[in-house]
Design a protein around this ligand. Structure first.
Ligand code: FPP
Length: 239
């Protein structure tokens, strides 16, 4: 037994989170949607710290999707600034926790240069850390990731009969990243929403009604306990 009564031998290696429900949580309290994102920062760090303490190796969170540009201009601007602000305000603390920060997503013209600089600085600062790898999916879309991989494969002149699943996997945004064992989505939506489409093929999917701003360390441990109760067969018949 380890922290939270979990089996230390079956801690997921990689957890992916869709941090959903910030807007609805805020509106339910009579607050503007952006207050929900602000409250979500606390949950994010509860999960980062919980994962670090449990010895989870990889945590990936969906911070901004390729579809999020469709939100009202003010909210898009808020989310971009908020991501940058969190990064700058908390990267030293993550560094001290031995967290390695990484990003996945498209770096197209819509992503401000300054944010790209902040991202690169954060990756550089933490690149030799050996604790949790914390990947932030920003301007990320699962279909876009597969399209970008296929483009590179075609540009390299790879013959069709040489293309396998491994070829695609080798051209995804982060080739070191293992597939998630567990994907958690908060706030009662039962969708993948274009998150890690290739990588989630065999992941355990866990949906909870708890809105992201109320998701904490205990909720994380509860999700991992449920994961540990499931049997993963990867298309086989199990043992
Ligand atoms: C979904 O809630 C949440 C987001 C679009 C973004 C959440 C972002 C953070 C908590 C900051 C992350 C920052 C870093 C540096 C990783 P929603 O607005 O879709 O909620 P709703 O479904 O209730 O509308």
């Amino acid at each position: 037994m380890t922290l939270g009564g979990l089996d230390p031998d079956r801690i997921p290696e990689h957890i992916a989170c869709v941090m959903d429900g910030n807007g609805r949580w805020a509106l339910a309290q009579g607050l503007p949607r952006t207050e929900g994102h602000k409250a979500g920062e606390h949950s994010l760090f509860e999960v980062v710290e919980g994962c670090s303490d449990l010895g989870v190796d990889w945590l990936t969170v969906y911070a901004f999707s390729t579809e999020n540009w469709k939100r009202p201009k003010d909210e898009v601007r808020f989310l971009i600034n908020f991501n940058e602000e969190i990064l700058v305000r908390r990267r030293e603390e993550l560094h001290e926790r031995d967290v390695r920060i990484r990003f996945v997503g498209r770096r197209d013209w819509r992503v401000p240069k300054r944010l790209i600089r902040r991202m690169d600085e954060s990756v550089e600062l933490t690149k030799n850390n050996k604790g949790l790898t914390f990947t932030i999916a920003f301007n990320y879309g699962g279909r876009a990731e597969i399209v970008d991989a296929v483009k590179q494969i075609v540009e390299a002149g790879t013959p069709a009969d040489k293309i396998s699943e491994r070829t695609i996997a080798k051209h995804l945004y982060d080739t070191d990243m293992p597939d998630p064992d567990l994907m958690i989505r908060t706030s009662g939506e039962y969708r993948i929403s274009n998150f890690l489409l290739w990588e989630l093929a065999y992941s355990e999917l866990l949906f909870t009604e708890t809105p992201w701003p109320e998701f904490d360390r205990q909720a994380l441990f509860g999700a991992i306990a449920e994961y540990q109760d499931r049997e993963r067969r990867f298309g086989g018949v199990g043992g």
